[in-house]
Structures are given as structure tokens and as C-alpha cells.
Design a protein around this ligand. Structure first.
Ligand SMILES: CC(C)(COP(=O)(O)OP(=O)(O)OC[C@H]1O[C@@H](n2cnc3c(N)ncnc32)[C@H](O)[C@@H]1OP(=O)(O)O)[C@@H](O)C(=O)NCCC(=O)NCCS
Length: 214
């Protein structure tokens, strides 16, 4: 893990600025290379007890493709796994070396075995002060509270450091697990939309900063 380097950087910065040190207490803005653990250009964005969120690296491709071609994983995200070529193409064009800054889905790494297990994060919203919460994990890692741990970290980030006013989340009808997670964090049902071509029904949920504070 990159803990040693993070501690050293934190120490260096704490000498210069108490404020920056406080920020680093829960967000590790460590741009650049952390020798031995991360590739050049990788940013470790955020860390929780069991998870680390960083830029996607080439070594994540196999696990990313396995996850995205799994029909059970994509059951409520279009209904079927992506074909192999699509998963590879998406990884190389839309995930590799991304995100570069705050918004986008971050490679989610299980710290205990330094392995890619999914992608989680905030997508920039259409309106200022808003973002969409998103999470997808590979099946072997379901049911261990990891999505909840990731969701909690990004909700905290959204309403504290980023000072957003509202978070949104889309969930397909019938996806009781995702609905359960959102409700647990205080998200409220906001409305539904039917996708004409497929007939699939999407529910959207919202959480405002004011409601989150309660
Ligand atoms: C949805 C997903 C992210 C959940 O990840 P996870 O790590 O298994 O979730 P967690 O373990 O943090 O939480 C699951 C919660 O659902 C609850 N749950 C499980 N089965 C349930 C069911 N049938 N009905 C209601 N709640 C259920 C669990 O008890 C747990 O809640 P608790 O912590 O209050 O006990 C994961 O299944 C996934 O990646 N699915 C594929 C991609 C996807 O659908 N992404 C979301 C798109 S909206």
C-alpha cells in the first residue's frame, strides 16, 4: 500500500500548513507517482478503511473487463454484460488514466490485496452544485458493505469538501440492494422515467445537503 508515502507527504505538508494537513486527514490528494505502488500519473483521490480510490491503470483492465462482461453485474445497468470488445474499448478510451480530477468513476481498490474491484465516484451533474453518485463492484466483492463504505465516503466528500447542494442517483426498478443503500444514507425517491426503446424504468433519488445534515 501507499500508506508510508502518504504519511511522509502528510508530514511534510503539515509542517507548512495546518489547513492542508486537515484536508489530507480524509482526502489524499497525492498527484503524481507514488513509487513502487502506482503508475506514473496516477492520482490517489480518496481512501477509506478498506478501500482506496485512484486513477484507472492498465493493470486494472482484466478485472474491469471481467466485471463489465458479467451479466449479473449489469443486470440493472442495461440488462446484460458488455461484449468483450466493448468492455476493452470502453476501458481504454473512457477509463484508463481517468479520472484526472474530482468527477468521474474512480478505480476502487481493495487495500488488503491491492486489487481493482470496481469503480465508484461522482459524475458531474447538469446543474451547478449537483453531482450523481455511482458505484459498480465485481460480484465476488458484493455483500461485504463495500459499496456502502464507498457511498459514504463520496457523500461526505460531496457535502463537505465540495460543498455541493444536491446529490442524485439513478436506480433501475427492482434493484432493491441499490435502493436500500441510497435510502440508508437518506436519499429520497424523486421520480421515475421510462426509457422508450427498452421499456426499462429508472427511478431517481436525491439527497440535499440540508437533509444530509439532519
Ligand atoms: C449494488 C452494489 C454496488 C452493492 O454492493 P455491495 O457492496 O454488495 O453493497 P453493501 O454490502 O454495501 O450493501 C448492501 C445492502 O443491501 C442489503 N440487501 C442485500 N440484499 C437485499 C435485498 N434483497 N433487499 C433489500 N436489501 C438487501 C444488505 O443487507 C446491505 O444493507 P445493510 O448494510 O443495511 O445490511 C453491487 O451489488 C453491484 O456492484 N452491483 C452491480 C452494479 C450495480 O447495480 N450498481 C448500482 C447501479 S444503481
Amino acid at each position: 500500500m501507499c500508506d508510508k508515502e502518504i504519511k511522509q507527504i502528510r508530514l511534510l505538508l503539515s509542517r507548512r500548513s495546518v489547513e492542508v494537513a486537515k484536508l489530507l486527514a480524509d482526502i489524499h490528494w497525492v498527484a503524481g507517482t507514488l513509487q513502487g505502488h502506482c503508475s506514473a500519473g496516477t492520482m490517489i483521490f480518496l481512501e477509506t478503511e478498506r478501500l482506496l480510490f485512484r486513477t484507472h491503470e492498465a493493470r486494472d483492465e482484466t478485472d474491469f473487463v471481467r466485471m463489465q462482461t458479467d451479466s449479473e453485474v449489469r443486470r440493472y445497468m442495461g440488462g446484460q454484460g458488455w461484449p468483450l470488445e466493448k468492455a476493452q474499448h470502453r476501458f481504454r478510451t473512457q477509463y484508463l488514466d481517468r479520472p484526472k480530477r474530482i468527477y468521474g468513476l474512480w478505480a476502487t481498490i481493495l487495500k488488503e490485496d491491492d486489487r481493482y474491484i470496481g469503480s465508484c465516484g461522482l459524475r458531474a451533474g447538469g446543474k451547478r452544485g449537483e453531482a450523481h453518485l455511482g458505484y459498480i463492484l465485481a460480484k465476488p466483492y458484493w455483500g461485504r458493505g463495500l459499496a456502502s463504505e464507498a457511498a459514504k465516503a463520496f457523500i461526505n466528500l460531496a457535502f463537505t469538501k465540495l460543498r455541493l447542494s444536491r446529490l442524485l442517483a439513478d436506480v433501475e426498478q427492482g434493484h432493491v440492494v441499490s435502493q436500500h443503500i441510497l435510502k440508508r444514507f437518506g436519499f429520497k425517491y424523486g421520480g421515475r422515467e421510462e426509457i422508450p426503446q427498452s421499456g426499462r424504468v429508472i427511478f431517481w433519488y436525491e439527497l440535499t445537503r440540508a437533509a444530509w445534515r439532519l
